[in-house]
Design a protein around this ligand. Structure first.
Ligand code: ATP
Length: 271
């Protein structure tokens, strides 16, 4: 089953909220058509929604995220963010990856304001120190402003990376397995922190993950992708109250969603 943007609107069921992102019939091939990465994909994201995409390795998840970020052009189709086509990297998009990639010779605060320094120069970066400090407080890193990355744990470094992503006040957050390098306890904790931050900022967030429970506990909607060429085989609305808590990992309702997604991902499910 492949879903259209209209069908997704009905699934999300929040017609009152403005649309932030719209992908229409987006496809991608690499190597002059030799590798067919994405079949037509339609996607509509509403302001403040949290969505996750899950699918087998190599199905095209990162390709889709890079297209959404303007880092890779689609072969066909339209990508529109805040009413204007995405033709390349944009200021209103924040990204986060598996590794925090903080510069070791810069303090936490200097790392956080780096996107502003690159974009607007060092005076603007200095002027943004107050808002960067507020972000560090938001993620629980007050007191670590002047510390260098080698003194931060993996979770703390990812918190700093969250601040660096938020410092330009993007309207869209694109996350590519941001906590998969952390141990399980830290990852669970950081996921709850991510939820708190997204709710507080009313952020529109799109997450690539390999973890079904992570997708379910964080998301309003989970997009399940087929093996390559990737297409959405099912769009699942997660009807669990917010804020979500780690206790919900043992909730039978969550287990039902997990089972459904696992059965879709099982080998041969799409034949
Ligand atoms: N720059 C590229 N050139 C050629 N082929 C590519 C390129 N980038 C990705 N691919 C291919 O496109 C397909 C989709 O890759 P992609 O990285 O998007 O998948 P993924 O679902 O994110 O994988 P994983 O879950 O393993 O990270 C794969 O077959 C991959 O080898």
């Amino acid at each position: 089953m492949s879903a259209t943007a209209g069908e997704i609107d009905r699934v999300v069921g929040d017609a009152g909220r403005p649309v932030v992102y719209e992908l229409s019939r987006v496809t991608k091939t690499y190597g002059r058509g030799a590798i067919h990465a994405l079949d037509p994909v339609d996607l509509t994201l509403k302001r403040g929604s949290f969505s996750a995409i899950i699918g087998p390795s190599g199905c095209g998840k990162s390709t889709l995220l890079k297209i959404m970020a303007g880092l890779v052009p689609p072969t066909s189709g339209r990508v529109v963010l805040n009413g204007t086509p995405v033709m390349g990297p944009r200021r209103d998009i924040g990204m986060m990856f598996q590794q925090a990639t903080l510069f070791p010779w810069r303090t936490t605060l200097e790392n956080v304001v780096l996107p502003i320094e690159i974009r607007d120069g060092s005076a603007a970066a200095k002027a943004s120190h107050a808002s960067a400090r507020a972000l560090l407080e938001l993620v629980g890193l007050s007191g670590f402003e002047n510390v260098y990355p080698d003194k931060l744990s993996g979770g703390m470094a990812q918190r700093a990376a969250i601040c660096r992503m938020l410092v330009t006040d993007p309207s869209m957050l694109l996350l590519d397995e941001p906590f998969s390098a952390l141990d399980e306890l830290s990852r669970d904790f950081m996921n709850m922190e991510l939820q708190r931050i997204c709710l507080e900022k009313n952020a529109t967030t799109f997450l690539v993950t390999h973890s079904i429970p992570e997708a379910v506990i964080l998301s309003d909607v989970v997009y399940v992708m087929s093996p390559r060429p990737g297409r959405f085989v099912e769009i699942i609305e997660i009807d669990l109250p917010r804020p979500r808590s780690l206790d919900m990992l043992t909730d039978p309702r969550l287990a039902t969603y997990v089972r459904r997604i696992r059965s879709l991902l099982d080998e041969g499910a799409f034949q």
